[in-house]
Design a protein around this ligand. Structure first.
Ligand SMILES: [Zn+2]
Length: 452
């Protein structure tokens, strides 16, 4: 066995791990690098392997930093199966198509407005490229063992991170390796909690929050206060929305608050075609979360859905007192920028960031107190009231990762910490070494290891 870390090493995006077992070449996740420009440029770098020579992809979940490179991989010649859970097929499909659209739009804008370094600017992939991925995707439930050939098997287990998210256990003879994928919380809002890891010889574990504990702030209280503030100021509360999961969690919380008569009369808009689609996918898979059908439907009925761009533009223009959820969650693009163009310099407006904000993103800049943000080709002053809700994270924090590791029946020979910035992985390494006495490795980008 040999493992090569081609993404999410020293950073939280671009998840791509090549596992070579008995002549098989398996890629665990094919995610997009996001955030800092140096990272995004890695998406354009030629892969150190021939995509046509990969035998299969195992996809842990539908987040862009795990599935967003698939269209490029297929465009470059990959033709075999992509294994994932049923909800991941639907969710990844909309995530990849949206990404293709953004890539096309960015290239078009760069060409029109003359920014960007390449002439002409080209998209990394198109919507059409993204659509070519779907026919390759194969569905597997949790706990179903699947044969990859060459004596190699794998199975998924529930990672409790987003709907359909999975950890992976790959087995060859007596040797095994487990990938945590993105690991969820101990008590998710409406997902089934993650499963305990089975014993394995090697473990690859994420470390996004390896250096900290999530705040215990009640998300209900923060969202309630932010909505009341918008109502009192007769302004807007903008929630940059992660279309998958986080949007549904925020809608669920708003729905629950409404049921308790805890909110003022204020309309709530979901201005995100992808967020709307993801919410509908949640309704399609009632057995993959804990909400009853009636509850899921009631929660969707509590928001006004804005699909077409014209209604979106009109909502921005109207300046209504309202709560608006719009993508993207780290303010990297999407309709949220149209709202920020109008509201970022308005001290009465509120912006509630509801998830992890990667280094180099506009969301992170806002969290760190930036006084200006650059978008649409120019700088905008930041005057709006910024608040961060970090207790809704879909990632386990340091204690929750350690608790999960401790549930392993026997310690692995080695644990690799990926999917974390260097200091996050390092902090978790120190804890694992001192508490569990395990051998910990923090791989660098491109580094490979021979596993006996
Ligand atoms: Zn994720």
């Amino acid at each position: 066995m040999r493992i090569t870390f081609l993404g999410a090493a020293g950073t939280v995006t671009g998840s791509k791990t090549l596992l070579e077992v008995n002549g098989l070449r398996i890629l665990i996740d094919a995610g997009l690098f996001q955030g800092l420009k140096e990272l995004r440029q890695l998406n354009w770098k030629k892969l150190p392997f021939d995509p046509a020579g990969i035998d299969s992809v195992i996809l842990t979940h539908a987040h862009l930093d795990h599935c967003g490179y698939l269209p490029r991989l297929v465009k470059e010649g990959f033709r075999c199966s992509i294994h994932c859970t049923p909800p991941t097929i639907d969710l990844a499909d909309i995530v990849m198509r949206d990404s293709g659209k953004i890539q096309e739009e960015d290239a078009r804008k760069a060409n029109e407005q003359g920014f960007g370094h390449h002439r002409p600017a080209l998209p990394l992939y198109t919507v059409k490229d993204a659509m070519a991925v779907l026919p390759l995707m194969k569905a597997h439930g949790y706990g179903q063992e699947a044969d990859l050939g060459h004596g190699v098997h794998f199975s998924f287990f529930n990672a409790g991170h987003i709907m359909g998210s999975a950890g992976v256990r790959v087995q060859y003879g007596r040797r095994s390796i487990v990938f945590s994928g993105d690991l969820g919380r101990e008590k998710p809002l409406f997902l089934y909690p993650r499963e305990n890891p089975e014993a394995a010889d090697y473990l690859v574990c994420e470390s996004t929050y390896g250096d900290r504990l999530h705040s215990k702030t009640s998300p209900y209280r923060v969202i309630k206060e932010a909505i009341w503030r918008a109502y009192r100021k007769k302004s807007v509360l903008l929630i940059p929305a992660f279309a998958i999961e986080r949007t549904q969690e925020v809608i669920y919380i708003i729905h629950r608050l409404r049921m308790k008569n805890a909110l003022p009369p204020i309309p709530v808009y979901l201005d995100s075609p992808m967020g709307i689609n993801a919410t509908e996918i949640m309704l399609k898979y009632p057995q993959w979360h804990r909400l009853s059908e009636a509850e899921a439907k009631a929660m969707v009925d509590a928001v006004r859905l804005v699909r077409d761009p014209r209604s979106s533009r009109s909502l921005v223009r109207r300046g209504e007192t309202a709560v608006v959820m719009a993508g993207s969650g780290m303010i990297e693009g999407g309709r949220i920028l149209d709202y920020l163009e109008r509201y970022l310099s308005d001290p009465d407006a509120g912006i509630l960031l509801v998830g992890f904000q990667a280094e180099g993103t506009r969301g992170r800049a806002l969290l760190e107190g930036a006084t200006e943000l650059k978008f649409h080709g120019r700088f905008h002053r930041v005057k709006a009231h910024i608040r961060h809700l970090d207790s809704l994270s879909a990632h386990a924090d340091q204690r929750e990762v350690l608790n999960w590791l401790q549930e392993m029946d026997s310690p692995p020979e080695r644990i690799f910490l990926n999917h974390g910035e260097r200091h996050q992985a390092d902090a978790l390494r120190v804890k694992i070494e001192s508490m569990l006495g395990w051998e910990v490795q923090i791989p660098r980008l491109g580094q490979h290891f021979e596993l006996s």
